[in-house]
Design a protein around this ligand. Structure first.
Ligand code: 3HC
Length: 340
């Protein structure tokens, strides 16, 4: 998928054009970059790009990759306890998809001249962020359905516009990811519908899960626009296409009707249709809680990171074996793996 010619030397201030031997200055390149952004054309890995654009993409794409990988944990926790073979098979496929999304996204980030090892180390040492939502616990089977319906639903709302991101490899990765996410969202809704058609205890379990996840899900979209340090520039570059608040509002508007069909109550007394705005109003969110979670003090931050680091360490022999296999296939094996 990411097989563009990856001639990725860092951006020099000035360099010679091999055709004319004339020095091309940064200003010329900046103007060409600006023109491509203004024309809504894609920037590809081999194109010159400003350092700040590159850094922003590395930040956002790697945080996104980390979110997908850490996001395997809350639901992975329920694979061994799924209530039927059908639900178990679906959940296994879904969690595997999330791992795949992480891999597409690390690959997209690598086209920006960063190493995957460095990105992973930033996650493991707590220097890199991942989505706040995955620091909340999955207490019952209903949480798995609610993650599919609401968390994946919010992820799709945020990620469909990223299919039009100005950076080609990220945009193309997002197309496939969004297709898979829409299956994730539907399977969550389907699991919850089955529970809502079940016993009183099952319906209560679904309502309890909705009560616990609703507000953290709304925070997934990021801080309010006025408190979002990155939005103005990333929107000017065509990376983000719709602001945090606008996406949050679109998600609320779309979800109210789904909740009605499901038969659950969204736990916000301030949620009501505003005829003048043509949108639902909702209560202010607890941004102190959001900041606490981002600063490593959410309900599961420590557990999530420790589990990830342990999995990485315990998987070292797999990476070594894969590298040895790749060397052998390329014919440059030193012979240490000859015994079969
Ligand atoms: N969780 C953790 N950090 C968050 C956050 C959240 N929900 N929302 C915002 N932040 C961070 C930002 O990363 C930024 O941190 P930094 O400047 O130190 O890197 C800071 O808070 C300020 O926020 P901004 O609004 O200025 O940041 P952005 O412009 O980057 O917007 C974003 C944040 C909307 C999350 C944007 O980065 C984005 O759209 N990212 C791509 C999608 C993504 O990463 N989604 C994560 C969920 S993936 C998922 O849900 C998996 C699926 O399988 C369910």
């Amino acid at each position: 998928m990411y097989t563009q010619s990856l001639d990725l030397a860092g951006p020099p201030q000035a360099e010679a054009d091999p055709e004319t031997d004339r020095v091309i200055h940064r200003d010329t390149r900046q103007a060409a970059f600006d023109a491509r952004i203004a024309a809504d054309a894609k920037i590809e890995p081999q194109d010159w790009m400003p350092d700040a654009y590159r850094k922003t993409l590395v930040r956002q794409i790697s945080q996104h990759a980390h979110s997908e990988i850490i996001g395997m944990q809350p639901e992975g926790n329920w694979i061994s306890r799924a209530p039927s073979l059908k639900r178990k098979a679906i959940l296994l496929a879904k969690v595997q998809d999330e791992g795949g999304h992480g891999l597409y996204l690390y690959s997209a980030a690598e086209t920006l001249n960063v190493s995957r090892d460095d990105l992973v180390e930033a996650l493991h040492t707590g220097r890199a962020k991942y989505s706040s939502i995955f620091n909340y616990p999955t207490l019952t089977w209903a949480d798995v359905g609610v993650i599919g319906w609401l968390v994946d639903g919010a992820a799709i709302m945020n990620q469909v516009p990223l299919c039009r991101c100005s950076y080609g490899p990220y945009a193309r990765a997002m197309i496939r990811i969004c297709k898979e996410e829409s299956f994730h969202q539907r399977q969550g809704f389907d699991a919850l519908r089955a529970m809502m058609g079940g016993t009183e205890a099952q319906r209560a379990m679904v309502q309890d899960a909705v009560d616990r996840w609703w507000f953290p899900v709304l925070m997934m979209f990021g801080p309010p626009d006025a408190a979002s340090p990155n939005s103005t520039q990333t929107m000017a570059w065509g990376i983000k296409r719709i602001s945090n608040d606008d996406l949050r509002q679109k998600f609320v508007d779309a979800t109210v009707e789904q909740a009605r069909v499901l038969g659950v109550t969204l736990p916000d007394p301030g949620l009501q249709w505003n005829e003048a705005r043509g949108h639902y109003d909702f209560s202010p969110l607890d941004w102190d809680e959001f900041r606490r979670v981002l600063n490593g003090d959410g309900p599961c931050n420590r557990e999530r990171l420790a589990t990830r680091v342990r999995a990485h360490e315990e998987g070292e022999w797999v990476r070594e074996a894969a590298m040895a296999h790749a060397r052998r296939r390329n014919g440059d094996d030193s012979g240490e793996c000859d015994a079969r």
